[in-house]
Structure formats: C-alpha cells, structure tokens
Design a protein around this ligand. Structure first.
Ligand code: AP5
Length: 209
C-alpha cells in the first residue's frame, strides 16, 4: 500500500523537523502547505500577495486557496507525507480516502512557545535551527550554505498566541475526526527529536487498528 501520511499537531510541535527525516527514510515526497505558501509570497505571485495578510498575522489562509494549491502540488503522486494540511474539517473532507495514516505530534503549549521563540531559519535554503536544541555552529550563519539566519515573521510572541488559538479552534477537531476513522496515532512531541522520530517510525510501520 502506498504511504499517504499526515503529520498533525500545533505550530512548532516539530512537524517540519520530523517530515524531513521521515521523507528521507521512507523515500516519499514532503508536501508542506506552509512552505508552498511562503514560496508564493517570496516569488510575489498573485496568490502570495493574497495570502500574506493571513500568514503574517498567524491566521489560516482560506480553504479554497490552500486546497487548490495542495491539489496542484500533489498532481498524480501516489504516496506522500503532508505537513500542515489538513487544518480544517473542510480541508480533511477534500482529501477523503486519500490518507491512510495520521500522526498527531502532541506537545505542551509552554514547550512550543519556547521552541518557536528560539527557532531560526536560513534566509536562502530550507534549513531550520533552534537556539536551544539545535543551534548553528556559527552564530547567525547557516551551517549548510553560510547565508544569514532569520526569524520567521510569524514567530513573534503575539503571532505565536494567535497561531495556537487557531490551532485549538480550527484544527484540533481533526483529532476526533481521524480517531473515528481509526487512522490516528499520537506521539509525545515534547521528547528529544531522535526519540520522536523513533516513535513516529514505529507508528508508521504498525497497522491501523
Ligand atoms: P506552517 O508553516 O505549516 O507552520 P506551523 O503549522 O505553524 O508549523 P511550524 O512550521 O511553525 O512548526 P513545525 O510543527 O513544523 O515545527 P518545526 O519542526 O519547525 O504554516 C504557517 C502559516 O501558513 C499558518 O499560520 C497559516 O497562515 C498558513 N497555512 C499553512 N498551511 C495551511 C493550511 N492547510 N490551511 C490554512 N492556512 C495554512 O520545529 C519548531 C522548532 O522546534 C524548530 O526550531 C526545531 O528545530 C525545534 N524542534 C523540533 N522538534 C524538537 C524537539 N523534539 N525537541 C526540541 N526542539 C525541537
């Protein structure tokens, strides 16, 4: 069976970090709606201009825009790992039968707040660092491409709060949605990165019950 996996969980729980590791190991493409949207903003496309006010304030981009963008990126792919999608019941409905495993990475809010405040990203390549748990070798410089590290605009304290609120209001109902479908597995995201990866891999290899 093709692997069609969703990584679910609050902002900063480690979806992107774990997705990169899993996709390497499982050899499936990583589709992250946050990355697709940030790329559209960087290229200053029409969609990029439309979504900027939502992204910069930590609010959800309207369903029709995200669903269309994701479907385009999925194209004819048979296996994939989705990171950051679905985020609403309407988005989940748009994927009916196209998902066979959902991994919820569950992390306490206070841990998340610390992690997001300490996150730094490369201004040029996809590398992600953390000043506490995964610092770069040289302050402010990407180990991979030597470009400057920056802070995501939505990692400012007020915006972090809005993103958390949106998660609990709009996305958390998906926990029950996928529990009912019997395809949800929950992993403790407060543990070290390696331990989280081991837990997710075990869930991925176990049959749904
Ligand atoms: P998106 O880019 O998806 O952001 P997010 O869900 O808020 O998630 P993050 O990227 O902030 O966190 P993450 O869980 O990937 O954690 P990470 O691995 O980086 O979305 C951004 C915006 O786009 C949304 O707010 C919305 O506007 C829009 N959007 C996107 N998808 C949408 C959709 N479907 N519908 C509508 N709007 C949408 O880790 C965080 C930090 O912690 C890093 O520094 C990392 O190094 C560190 N870390 C990770 N794991 C650990 C660990 N186990 N221990 C210690 N440190 C760790």
């Amino acid at each position: 069976m093709q692997r069609r996996i969703v990584l679910l969980g609050p902002p900063g729980t480690g979806k992107g970090t774990q997705a990169a590791r899993l996709c390497l190991s499982l050899k499936i493409p990583h589709l992250a709606t946050g990355d697709l949207l940030r790329s559209a903003m960087k290229r200053d496309t029409l969609i990029g201009r439309l979504v900027r006010p939502f992204m910069d304030t930590g609010n959800l981009v309207p369903d029709d825009i995200v669903i269309t963008m994701l479907k385009e990126a999925m194209g004819p792919l048979q296996g994939y790992l989705l990171d950051g999608f679905p985020r609403t019941v309407a988005q989940a409905e748009s994927l009916k039968d196209a998902i066979n495993k959902v991994i919820l990475i569950d992390t306490p809010a206070e841990v998340i707040e610390k992690r997001l405040s300490a996150r730094r990203i490369c201004s040029q390549c996809p590398a992600v660092y953390n000043l506490d748990s995964n610092p770069p070798t040289k302050d402010g410089i990407c180990d991979g491409c030597a470009s400057a590290l920056i802070q995501r605009i939505d990692d400012m304290p007020e915006t972090i709060q809005t993103r958390q609120r949106r998660y609990w209001q709009d996305t958390a109902p998906l926990i029950d949605y996928y529990k009912k479908a019997k395809i949800l597995w929950t992993i403790d995201g407060g543990l070290p990165m390696e331990t989280v990866t081991v837990g997710i891999m075990a869930a991925v290899e176990t049959e749904n019950g």
